[in-house]
Structure formats: C-alpha cells, structure tokens
Design a protein around this ligand. Structure first.
Ligand SMILES: *Cc1c(COP(=O)(O)O)cnc(C)c1O
Length: 374
C-alpha cells in the first residue's frame, strides 16, 4: 500500500527533545530551540522578525489581530483554500469576500480583485497553493492603490519563491505551517513572519498572552504585565526541538521532494490532452509540496481514484469551495466561482513524501497512463 503521505523523520528529533528536557533552562515556549528555529528562518529568508506558533492557524489569527480587523471589515481571499484562512478573520468579525481561482492554477484570480474591493475592504489574503506563487506584483499593486494589507498564507510554501523572493516575505505579514502534512513538520506547528516592522512589538505581546514578557526577558522593561489582548500562540520547546531537527535537514528534504515532483511531471506530461499538470508561472519556483493533476470531470477523478486504490495507491482530492460550504453557503453573495468549483471537483493529489522512491513514482505514473490509455 502506498499512502498519500508519510511524515518524514530525520532521526535527530528525539535527541533534541531529550536535550531540551535534560539540558535546557525551560521546556515552556520561547526558549533555546524556539530561538534557533526563529533565527534560522530570519537569516535564511532575511525576515525582519519570525515567531514560532502552534500552527499556521495561530499565525493567521495573529495576522487578523495585528492588522486590526474589527466587525464589518471585509477581507478578500480565494474560496479554494483551507478553513483556517477564513476562520482567522471571521473570528475577529470580518466579512469574508471569496474570490475565484485562476484558470491556470488554483491561486487567487488577481484580475478579479478590483471588482471586489469596497470602502470596507481591509486586506487581501494570498494563498500560495501547492507552494506555487500567486502573482504578487499584481496583488501588491492593487493593495497599494486601495490602501489594503496583504497577508500571505504561505502554509505550503517553505523554500518557494516569487521572482527569487521567498514566499511569505512579500506581504505585510506571512505564515508557514509545520503540520505533519507539510514539507517540514513537527506534528502541529507554524510561524508568523513579520515583514512590516510596525507590527513587531505588538506581535510579541499577542504571542505571550497580552503581556510584555518577551521584552522583559530581554531586559527592556523592569517588570512585565498585561498590556494588550493576546493568547497562547507559542509552542512548547518540545515541539521546537523536533522542528529544529527538520530545519537542519531542510535542503536534503527539499532536493528529494523536488526529484520526485520532477519525475511525476515528466512522466505525466504527455497526458496533457486528458489532464492538466501543475501550472508553474515563469516567476515562480517549485518547492514540491504537492503534485496534483486536474482531471476532466468529477467522474473521471472518481474513476481514477478507484483505479489507483484497486492497485493499493492512495490518492486524494483537496478543498471543497468555502463559499459553498455548510457554514458559509447562506453568507455568500451568490456569485458563481467557477474555477474554484472546478478544482474542488477535478483536482487530484498524488502521493509525494520523502520516503517515496523514484520507482514508486514510475509505478504510479504507469497506472495513470494505463487508466487513460483505455
Ligand atoms: C495547512 C494549511 C493551513 C493550516 O495549517 P495548520 O498549521 O494546520 O494550522 C492553512 N492554510 C493552508 C493553505 C494550508 O495548506
């Protein structure tokens, strides 16, 4: 049986967790390993400030607070995304306005943004689907003209770039996920990247339950207290120690995944009259978070899933349009979001993880070829 995903372990995770328990000063958050993880990303991607969080969901919730979302504010985002992208803003009282996806790929259709902006619009959320970049110049340009914030949900996009710049470092704020389904993982984990320095001080306060504890530890204030709203967004050192083991092997993990991604892509290229392969715009790089194909219909996808399953291969579809979800359906303004629905019905994700071999990818590809030969 080839599973859809198998989280990779480098072998050093337990050693670092043991070190955190035995040798470090604390296992609560913001200790030795948290600082190592944050500095690693700050240095690698030249980010002004990073904060490790319990999830990308947490980091998105922090974004909503930082940009001052209050009831009635409107936030534009793709309908083809994970619930957390929307929930984070809905929890602060925002009205979510869903935008359709591109014809070429599931990213937000930047051509449609202008028509969705009103006096109440406060932010655009760019979700880099499959780690493939949205058209950031166009999004940033629209946002600048209308005085809007840009938040990048880069949950899937570690090591992916737009015109050479790491995703998550272009908007005012960006977020990563280290959930076990992502390239680099610690079970549950995430990171907030603060690119606009105006948000740095407050982000640390929100992170530490509304206190100025982080500044206190640095000796910048002589006592710490309750200075703002906040929550417990920082993970324990146990998670940070696990994550550190993964960061150390980042390049090895990425080169293996990219090798597998490229193999799928060359194996399946000739099927382009039957399926679509991932569209990678010229400005984008591929981090091999996911290899997806777009089938010709819901029925075609279902048959292919069954064909692969009968050969012990687990492939899975992905998001169902949020605008048509049980929670949001009656809040949506009725616009058809044709491409979002198309990806909901037709997109299929193939197994891709570190321990998969080139032979596995070849076997899966052959089964897909055989299915479409009939
Ligand atoms: C995985 C994912 C999330 C949620 O990440 P968590 O770390 O599980 O909270 C949010 N948005 C997108 C696009 C994702 O892929």
């Amino acid at each position: 049986m080839i599973h859809f995903n198998k989280p990779y372990r480098t072998g050093n995770e337990i050693g670092y967790i043991k070190d955190a328990v035995d040798n470090q000063l604390q296992i609560s958050g913001n200790g030795h390993y948290t600082k190592k993880c944050q500095s690693f990303i700050e240095n690698r991607y030249a980010v002004k400030k990073c904060l490790l969080t319990n999830s990308c969901t947490d980091a998105l919730e922090m974004c909503a607070i930082l940009i001052g979302i209050s009831p009635g504010d409107e936030v534009i985002m793709p309908s083809y995304t994970f619930t957390s992208t929307a929930n984070a803003f809905i929890l602060r009282g925002a009205k979510v306005v869903f935008c359709d996806s591109m014809v070429e790929n599931p990213n937000i259709n930047h051509h449609a943004l202008e028509t969705l902006i009103t006096d109440k619009t406060k932010a655009i959320i760019a979700v880099h689907y499959a780690g493939i970049a949205c058209d950031m110049d166009s999004i940033v340009d629209v946002a600048k003209r209308h005085g809007l914030y840009v938040v990048e949900d880069a949950a899937q996009a570690i090591e992916s770039t737009y015109k050479g710049k790491q995703l998550g470092t272009i908007g005012h704020l960006g977020t990563f996920s280290f959930h076990e389904t992502k390239n680099i993982q610690c079970g549950e984990g995430g990171m907030l990247m603060i690119n606009d320095p105006a948000f740095i001080n407050r982000s640390e306060i929100l992170w530490e339950k509304g206190t100025n504890r982080a500044a206190f530890w640095r000796g910048e204030v002589d006592k710490y207290g309750w200075v703002d709203i906040g929550s417990s967004y920082l993970p324990s050192e146990l998670n940070a120690a696990y994550l550190w083991a993964q960061f150390e092997r980042l390049e090895d993990i990425q080169s293996k995944r990219i090798e597998l991604w490229n193999r799928y892509n060359s194996n399946l290229k000739n099927l382009d009259s039957k399926i679509s392969n991932p569209d990678v715009p010229g400005y984008a790089s591929v981090n091999a978070h996911m290899y997806y194909i777009v089938c010709s219909s819901l029925e075609d996808r279902q048959n292919l899933i069954s064909h692969l399953k009968s050969n012990d291969i687990h492939s899975v579809f992905h998001y169902q349009s949020l605008h048509a979800s049980p929670y949001f359906e009656d809040k949506h303004d009725g616009r058809e979001l044709f491409m979002s629905d198309k990806y909901s019905n037709q997109l299929l994700r193939l197994p891709l993880y570190y321990d998969l071999s080139i032979e596995d990818v070849d076997n899966i590809s052959e089964l897909i070829q055989a299915y479409y030969a009939n």
